[in-house]
Design a protein around this ligand. Structure first.
Ligand code: BG6
Length: 514
């Protein structure tokens, strides 16, 4: 809602309204809870948008009491929250945090969990609405859901009854078949509307504002097609290495970890047709339509002209020597897991016919930087470039993180008597325009689940459509064997093979310097 004295210029009145509920976090002793979920909930409480009747119950194998869970939460807030913990506000918030120790495969643990929830809820006036956040490895999702059902904690929503919702983390499965198996098992227990498949990239402010940029401005959309756009680049660069997550990452790799979900979701928002209304299913229908148009990556000799996978070797970051991937903790010494992937994708529909989408992501790159860059076609070779001196093309760059914002490169004349062309940037920065730090993705997403709004979550058909496309690549890699795995030094922008992938297309195309 607009603040007094402030005019709301279009947009939706009010924000999501969270229903009273208990949020049960499976895997509450893990990294995600400490770094992201508890800080997000705390920030929501500071903003006064949590429902007045609200409690959090952590559930994990690690032996811990409520007090220890609260202390771990406080430590997480101190280290990772965008706003510091205020002693009084934290004390008010932590009263709603509880913890139950239990193993995900043990039926008795679910009975204990149920008993505890039933003890807690009346004190907070919670009417039995429950959200189960399954921050567990993909292989455990089915176990958790089935045990929740058996314990009577999860059932199909019925009118007039309290709701139960399940949040599942990406990646859902490790290929199409396992994703279908998980989706099928979850669907056997609850309806699609009860399932929230989280992809935190969709909660990032800049990603959300993509649709606003496209459909709340009149100048971009008329140009947003193959007639005017030369190509699109989507980069998600990470500075970090695999860190402590090798157990998971070894079996995943960059394609499953980043492309199947985050990058394809961003691509959908860039490429989708305008939805006829901003409701969950209409928006998601348009996104799925994009995924269905993705051209299958060719196999055989042509494969590497469309996809390059690579692994980081030892190198230097900010002058400090860092080990190669195979020397990282819990990584196999002969691991063939890719930590980098670059792709050339096509969306075969009327709007995007022939426009390449170059996608790249990698760990241990020189910096953390995610960006969508839309490069427009060159002007005709006349007038200012008639002699053959190229003019830099217009590029609209949307910076997802850090330094969120967007810039438009345009050609201008250098002051002086001669006509000399110089590219300049029109630049908008969230930080300088709106001040303050943008809310974290998890804040918005958790609030949406409490409000029952699934617009920013992946629907089952979208997950399966993106797996279908990714599966083809996985199978092609498998058919080729693991012998082809270029390396790139940590701290570099990836292997030369990735440069060739884009440069081979001519027209001066190259990866952007970020
Ligand atoms: C996660 C991946 O989904 O996203 C990680 O599993 C990756 O490997 C992370 O580091 C990146 O998220 P962000 O928000 O830091 O860009």
């Amino acid at each position: 809602m607009a603040e007094p004295g402030e005019t709301l210029l279009g947009g939706q009145e009010g924000g999501p309204v969270a229903a009273p509920c208990t949020l049960v976090i499976f895997g509450a002793a893990g990294d995600l809870a400490r770094r992201k979920l508890v800080p997000a909930l705390y920030n929501l409480s500071l903003d006064g948008v949590l429902p007045p009747s609200f409690a959090v119950v952590g559930f994990a194998r690690r032996e811990m009491g409520d007090e220890e869970f609260r202390a771990a939460g406080r430590e997480g807030v101190d280290r990772f929250s965008r706003r510091v913990a205020d002693a009084e506000r934290w004390a008010g918030f932590e009263r709603s945090l509880f913890y139950v120790t239990g193993s995900f495969g043990d039926p008795a643990a679910y009975q204990a969990l149920r008993k505890r929830i039933e003890e807690i809820e009346p004190g907070f006036g919670i009417p039995g609405n429950r959200i189960f956040y399954l921050s567990v490895p993909p292989g455990e999702i089915v176990t958790c859901v089935q045990h929740l059902q058996a314990a009577g904690l999860l059932k199909r929503d019925a009118p007039g009854e309290p709701f139960s919702r399940v949040i599942v983390e990406k990646p859902i499965g490790h290929d199409l078949a396992s994703a279908r198996e998980i989706d099928g098992a979850v669907a056997a227990v609850c309806g699609e509307r009860q399932i929230f498949r989280i992809d935190h990239y969709l909660g990032k402010e800049t990603v959300q504002s993509l649709l606003v940029m496209r459909f709340a401005n009149s100048i971009f959309e008329p140009l947003w097609n193959q007639k005017y756009i030369d190509h699109v680049q989507i980069t998600v660069a990470e500075e970090e290495g695999v860190g402590t997550r090798a157990n998971y990452y070894e079996g995943a790799g960059a394609l499953r970890d980043m492309v199947q979900n985050h990058i394809l979701q961003v691509l959908c928002l860039v490429a989708m047709e305008p939805p006829f209304e901003m409701t969950a299913d209409v928006v998601r229908d348009q996104k799925v339509a994009v995924l269905k148009c993705l051209r299958a990556i060719p196999r055989g000799e042509d494969l590497e002209r469309h996809v390059v996978r690579a692994q980081y070797a030892a190198g230097f970051q900010h002058g400090v020597e860092v080990p190669g991937y195979r020397r990282e903790d819990r990584v196999k010494a002969d691991s063939t897991t890719e930590t980098y992937v670059a792709l050339k994708a096509f969306v075969d529909n009327w709007r995007w016919a022939g426009v390449p989408f170059y996608l790249r992501t990698g760990k241990r790159l020189p910096k953390r930087a995610s960006e969508i860059a839309v490069q427009f076609k060159d002007v005709p070779q006349m007038l200012f470039n008639a002699s053959g001196t190229p003019i830099e093309p217009n590029v609209l760059a949307i910076r997802i993180q850090p330094d969120e914002g967007l810039s438009l490169r345009i050609a201008t004349k250098l002051p002086g008597p001669r006509v000399r062309i110089y590219p300049v940037k029109m630049d908008f920065r969230y930080g300088s325009t709106f001040g303050d730090q943008s809310p974290e993705a998890y804040e918005r997403l958790l609030l949406d689940v409490m409000a029952g709004d699934a617009t920013l979550f992946m629907r089952r058909d979208a997950v399966e459509a993106s797996w279908s496309w990714v599966n083809e690549i996985l199978e092609a890699w498998q058919a080729r064997g693991s012998r082809y795995l270029p390396e790139y030094p940590a701290g570099s922008w990836g292997p030369v093979e990735a440069d060739r992938l884009i440069e081979a297309d001519g027209r001066g195309r190259a990866w952007r310097t970020l």
